[in-house]
Design a protein around this ligand. Structure first.
Ligand SMILES: *[C@@H]1O[C@H](CO)[C@@H](O)[C@H](O)[C@H]1NC(C)=O
Ligand SMILES: *[C@@H]1O[C@H](CO)[C@@H](O)[C@H](O)[C@H]1NC(C)=O
Ligand SMILES: *[C@@H]1O[C@H](CO)[C@@H](O)[C@H](O)[C@H]1NC(C)=O
Length: 156
């Protein structure tokens, strides 16, 4: 009797994201985790590279307000940084040129007042707990910024 009761728990474990990472109910195929750069390696470029090397992933894309609020709430409850690089970037001055590094459509936005910037090589952070986005230069490197990675859940 007792081992049978444990079965659903074991199954639910095998389908969840790896220890130390998390997913939203929106799409449990996508796992998220926070990484921090080494000394002097806090730029958006460093973050995208680290997400690729460590998880074969990317900086996170944020497709809608549900996920934006979920990520903001999770980070606020579990982390101590205020700025998290996410995968939005632009290489030209037109707002229409914003893209996500994972290749999904850049449709939803939640810019703070005055953003996005209109120059090339601007990238996107999620500011916690405001849940708003800013657009500094991609090369901006500050230890108060962390990286929000996403990767496919191979258990799912
Ligand atoms: C998950 O990782 C943490 C710290 O790395 C560890 O303390 C914990 O025991 C791990 N949990 C499981 C279920 O492996
Ligand atoms: C979940 O994310 C994966 C990877 O991006 C995608 O292939 C899949 O279509 C998504 N599922 C839903 C229900 O959005
Ligand atoms: C980009 O969008 C911002 C905010 O909506 C706007 O103020 C700015 O004029 C736009 N820039 C361009 C080049 O379209």
């Amino acid at each position: 009797m007792f081992p049978l009761l444990l079965l659903p728990f074991i199954f639910s474990l095998s389908y969840s994201c790896p220890n130390g990472t998390f997913s939203s109910s929106l799409n449990t195929s996508i796992c998220y985790t926070v990484l921090e750069g080494a000394a002097g390696k806090h730029s958006w470029y460093d973050g995208e590279a680290l997400c690729q090397v460590q998880f074969n992933g990317h900086l996170a894309s944020v497709p809608n307000a549900f996920l934006n609020n979920f990520l903001n709430g999770y980070l606020d409850a579990t982390q101590s940084k205020t700025h998290y690089w996410i995968g939005g970037t632009t290489t030209t001055a037109s707002n229409a040129s914003w893209t996500w590094t994972d290749g999904t459509p850049f449709t939803y936005t939640n810019w703070e007042f005055g953003d996005p910037g209109t120059g090339p090589y601007y990238c996107t952070y999620l500011e916690v707990p405001e849940a708003l986005w800013g657009s500094p230069y991609c090369s901006y490197s500050s230890s108060s910024y962390a990286f929000l990675c996403e990767f496919l859940n191979t258990n799912n």
